[in-house]
Design a protein around this ligand. Structure first.
Ligand code: ADP
Length: 389
């Protein structure tokens, strides 16, 4: 039996539980939080911070493979373990270009992926080694800024927390000051027509599978709903599949990766970002696909053949259940109402506290047609049930 260690114990690790059982894999979790969703499904948990490399060293002794649930990875601390032969999947070399948003953009450029124009703004107070040469072709100074633009914290941003859309110099000054004038990535603002995403997986032997491309809808930079498949042309689908293959192959990746993209009004595809892990835009696969992204990830990292990513229904819609208040309510009543929607599957992460914007669960509804208006109406129905007082 393979023992898989996951660094991180949130819902993404929790959703691997069922697949681990059916594949006969044991999951061992490293997390500092005893109330994390994945703790109850783990056969063992090491309670330590996710960047605690000493704890990871102990884990390495009792598992076959170490994988990750998020991108807050302490690469430098883990490198010596990899050199001693500890098996990380994805390999640390595949993660290295992706953990900092500026490094990601530079990597996409080096392999020729289409993306928004980007610049790096150095901090006024240099907080940490920047890893960029003193003169960088992407450096920009404060008096060269063109608006609108997007400010992104280079690391540790998630659910839009480190991402700010900026219309003018005043709001730029205000936001950058709030960030502590740290070095940031600046991007051209893309007035996209739709946001798309795709999950792809690569096996140890280099086999790549790509899930159906989906449309994601964000509000305040947080994903609210996902429509699978995206209602886009076959040409756009092929282009995105090619991007996914190029990326995973050039990284020599192993495991599931989530790729977010913009589709512009003139049909251009631009890569927004890549997450080296399972992703919210792939949650529909739990109920709608032959192999869920969680099973696919476990298959890849355990060295098993990959499964089929095909949809088992005409289409599906996934809606995130986001916290909208500070509370310890487990929202039983609302969940029961959601369960009355035909072909709905509710996934409740069992978090003990709700706060605004926190991902508490999600609902997927399987549909027997590809009609866009039907999927939108169901998303609206779910949201009005969930967000009603
Ligand atoms: P995070 O890593 O926190 O998820 P993202 O970089 O994915 O942050 O950005 C979150 C959202 O912000 C995107 O889904 C998109 O709606 C918006 N966004 C990000 N970058 C741009 C951009 N260059 N132009 C327009 N909107 C953007």
């Amino acid at each position: 039996m393979k023992r898989i260690c996951i660094i991180g114990g949130g819902q993404l690790a929790w959703m691997m539980g069922d697949a681990a059982e059916s594949l006969g894999l044991k999951l061992i979790i490293q997390t500092p939080h005893p109330t994390d969703p994945a703790v109850p499904i783990a056969s063992e948990t090491i309670f330590a911070s996710i960047d605690d490399a000493i704890a990871t060293t102990q884990l390495a002794a009792c598992c076959d493979v170490i994988t990750f649930e998020n991108e807050f990875i302490n690469l430098e601390a883990l490198m010596p373990l990899a050199q001693q032969g500890v098996c990380f999947r994805p390999p640390l070399d595949a993660l290295a270009p992706l953990l900092d948003k500026y490094h990601q953009r530079s990597y996409f450029q080096s392999i020729g992926l289409p993306q928004p124009d980007f610049r790096i703004l150095e901090g006024e107070i240099s907080q940490q080694p920047l890893n960029i040469p003193a003169f960088d072709e992407h450096s920009i100074t404060l008096n060269e800024l063109v608006f609108p633009l997007v400010i992104k914290a280079r690391r540790h941003g998630y659910d839009g927390q480190g991402t700010f859309i900026i219309k003018d110099k005043n709001s730029f000054d205000e936001t950058w000051k709030k960030l502590g004038k740290i070095p940031v990535l600046l991007e051209e603002f893309i007035p996209f027509e739709r946001e798309l995403a795709v999950i792809a997986a690569r096996s140890v032997t280099g086999e790549v599978v790509v899930y159906p491309v989906v449309e994601t809808q964000q509000e305040n930079q947080v994903c609210r709903r996902v429509f699978a498949p995206a209602r886009i042309s076959a040409t756009v689908v092929r282009e995105i599949e090619a991007i996914a293959r190029t990326l995973l192959n050039s990284l020599q990746a192993v495991g599931v990766f989530g790729i977010e993209l913009f589709l512009t009004s003139n049909g251009k595809i631009l890569v927004n970002e890549v997450s080296p892990r399972t992703h919210n835009s792939g949650h529909f696969s739990l109920d709608a696909c032959e192999t869920s992204q969680f099973e696919m990830h476990l298959r890849a990292v355990a060295g098993l053949p990959l499964g089929s990513p095909a949809l088992q229904c005409e289409s599906a819609v996934m809606v995130n259940l986001l916290g909208y208040e500070y509370s310890q309510n487990d929202y039983q009543e609302k969940r029961q109402k959601l369960a009355t929607i035909p072909n709905s599957f509710i996934h409740w992460y069992g978090k003990t506290e709700s706060r605004p914007g926190r991902k508490l669960g999600h609902v997927t509804v399987l549909l027997d047609s590809k009609e866009e208006t039907q999927a939108q109406a169901i998303a609206q129905q779910i949201e009005s049930l969930w967000y009603s007082c």
